[in-house]
Design a protein around this ligand. Structure first.
Ligand code: TYM
Length: 333
């Protein structure tokens, strides 16, 4: 049976290799399966949980759409829209925030990381962000949610909210309890500067990530400067346990060459990193650089990007409004 897919990406700029390998690449293969119904959302309401410059946000919304298209998502097969245009998202988020419990949200590690030491100064939106994410998913009766490993806890919360609502109002299966789709290997791409930290758009050093808009020279330079260790490549995957940077680079290479780490190791075992890094740059240029060119091309045609969003809005709004009407009935509004 086909799956109902939903996923979202924040339009906060600097979409990177982690977003691509952890999520967007997966969106593309799900989009290519005729049996699936896919909805891909530019989550601009999530973006404003931290301060955004309005002009930059507007550009970043378009850039996120351009990235979806450049990566191979077909807007004829999938719905692409931005969250803020469909009012049901904000409304469902409020309703579900009356179902979710403080104790559940207090456990969210991403809030703790993002709020840092001064959590009194974090926005309430940053705290309740996973409830909005649950609203996104549940409005579309989504069965499967492709995400990177960092979103796993938020999905568990979404499942808890769905189940609590269904039980509390005695509406069995009203909200579909979604399954996460998280890749087994490489669900967490790490920073090029620190193999213990995930690759992130908020990391201050641009050298820590390959952006999907990087040009050839930037890719080569970043790979050359990527942190490694002085040992040669091991022959056995177990020897990578204490070598997070090597493991990360080998994982990236293996994923992009549709191979696995064991095979890559057999190719490079005993060699030093210089040769491997040259080949990694070549593979990145082959697979990622064309996306970068296409994003830039698409960004010149803002009318086209805006049309994709408005066509996506029509379809998304219809589905979400229908669901919210049913929610009103259940609640007694
Ligand atoms: P966001 O915008 O931070 O990231 C978008 C997607 O990229 C994945 N990702 C990574 N995967 C592997 N390695 C990394 N270093 C890495 N960095 C990011 C994320 O896991 C994500 O899948 N809350 C979500 C957006 C969202 C959403 C939703 C997702 C809003 N509503 C509903 C699914 C369903 C977020 O902030 O993702």
């Amino acid at each position: 049976m086909g799956k109902k897919i939903f996923s979202g990406v924040q339009p906060t700029g600097n979409l990177h290799l982690g977003n691509y390998l952890g999520a967007i690449k997966n969106f593309v293969s799900l989009n290519n399966d005729e049996n699936n119904k896919c909805v891909f959302c530019v989550v601009d309401l999530h973006a404003i949980t931290v301060k955004q410059d309005p002009t930059e946000l507007r550009n970043n919304i378009r850039e996120t759409v351009a990235t979806f298209l450049a990566s191979g998502i077909d807007p004829k097969k999938s719905i692409i829209f931005n969250q803020s245009k469909v009012p049901a998202h904000s409304e469902a988020a409020w309703i579900l925030s009356c179902v979710a419990r403080m104790g559940w949200l207090n456990r969210m590690t991403q809030f703790k990381e993002k709020a840092g030491k001064d959590k009194e100064k974090a926005s309430i939106g940053l705290y309740s962000y996973p409830v909005l994410m649950a609203a996104d998913i549940l409005l579309y009766d989504s069965t499967h949610v492709p995400v990177g490993d960092d979103q796993k806890q938020h999905l568990e919360l979404c499942r808890d909210i769905a189940q609590k609502f269904n039980n509390e109002f005695n509406v069995e299966n009203f909200f579909v309890v979604p399954e996460p789709l998280i890749q087994k290997e490489l669900s967490r791409i790490m920073s090029l500067k620190d193999g213990m930290k995930k690759m992130s758009k908020s990391e201050s050093s641009d050298l820590s990530r390959i952006n999907l808009t990087d040009d050839k020279d930037q890719i080569i330079n970043k790979v050359r400067k990527a942190k490694t260790d002085p040992l040669p490549m091991p022959g056995d995957i177990k020897d990578l346990d204490n070598r997070p940077e090597a493991k990360n680079l080998l994982g990236i290479y293996s994923n992009l060459t549709d191979s696995d780490i064991e095979k890559t190791l057999s190719e490079y075992s005993g060699k030093n990193f210089a040769e491997f890094k040259d080949n990694l740059s070549q593979v990145l240029i082959e697979k990622i650089y064309p996306i970068s060119i296409e994003i830039k091309k698409l960004l010149n045609d803002t009318n086209y990007l805006d049309t994709i969003l408005s066509e996506g809005f029509e379809k998304a709004d219809q589905i979400a409004t229908k669901k919210i009407k049913k929610i009103h009935k259940i609640l007694g509004f």
